[in-house]
Write a protein that binds this ligand. Structure first.
Ligand code: ZN
Length: 80
């Protein structure tokens, strides 16, 4: 397996969080790799998937919202 890396995705529960495919990594097209969600080295890689990064940011954002909601710091009106 020496195929050129095209894109590095974040794998979460067996699937890329950007949703570029619904397949598990063994069925991904050549060149697509995956990294763990907490792999800082991969997230700094130039071929790191931008949509995965966006999806990750969104997840972080939602986690933050959830925390605020749980501490009561966020008015329920702003919670979807
Ligand atoms: Zn991706």
């Amino acid at each position: 397996m020496t195929d050129q890396i095209k894109r590095i995705h974040i794998l979460h529960y067996g699937y890329p969080i950007c949703g570029f495919t619904n397949e598990t990594p063994d069925k991904w097209p050549p060149g697509h790799r995956w990294a763990r969600i907490d792999d800082a080295e991969a997230s700094g890689h130039p071929l790191f998937c931008q949509r995965c990064r966006d999806a990750l940011d969104l997840r972080e954002h939602e986690k933050r919202i959830q925390e605020l909601r749980e501490t009561g710091a966020l008015p329920q009106l702003f919670v979807r």
